[in-house]
Design a protein around this ligand. Structure first.
Ligand code: 5GP
Ligand code: ZN
Length: 136
């Protein structure tokens, strides 16, 4: 379950060195080389899944449990004030490395980062329309 052309496969399986903060049989967690804040880390499955759509349910469950555990531990160690868990899924959403990864981004009161979006102002009818598309 590896892709020879994938940099995160190489990192997750130890072929390329990284600033690792956690490892088990199925995952490696590394510091991001271009961090948004101090401690910004990436959870990488050792198997190659391109994105969330390809991630098996069992791995998805484990990723979230691991994120919870690491966010709690890192909050203690880094003394951060909050956390963003981010997964950019697909090019339109900002994904640049097509090996599933979850960003763990510690947040500090004065970190100066803005991870967010401009809120649209849909009417009630517009919300009903999109709701219909999704649920029907
Ligand atoms: P994406 O935009 O796909 O959600 O996130 C890719 C992330 O991987 C970026 O935050 C980028 O800084 C990080 N990144 C890209 N290449 C490497 C690398 O070789 N090593 C590490 N540690 N991080 C990387
Ligand atoms: Zn890969």
């Amino acid at each position: 379950m590896r892709d020879d052309n994938c940099i995160f496969c190489k990192i997750a399986n130890g072929d390329i060195p990284s600033k690792e903060i956690y490892e088990d049989e199925e995952f490696k967690v590394i510091l991001d080389l271009g961090p948004a804040t101090k401690g910004h880390a990436l959870i990488l499955p050792k198997n190659h899944y391109r994105d969330l759509y390809e991630l098996p349910d069992e791995a998805a469950t484990k990723v979230m449990l691991l994120a919870k555990k690491l966010a709690s531990g890192m909050t203690q160690k880094l003394n951060c004030d909050g956390f963003n868990l981010v997964q950019n899924n697909g090019e339109a959403a900002g994904q640049t490395v097509f090996h599933f990864h979850l960003h763990l981004i510690p947040r500090y009161e004065d970190d100066g980062q803005t991870l967010g979006w401009k809120a649209m102002k849909p009417s009630g009818e517009e919300l009903d329309e999109v709701r219909k598309i999704i649920v029907e």
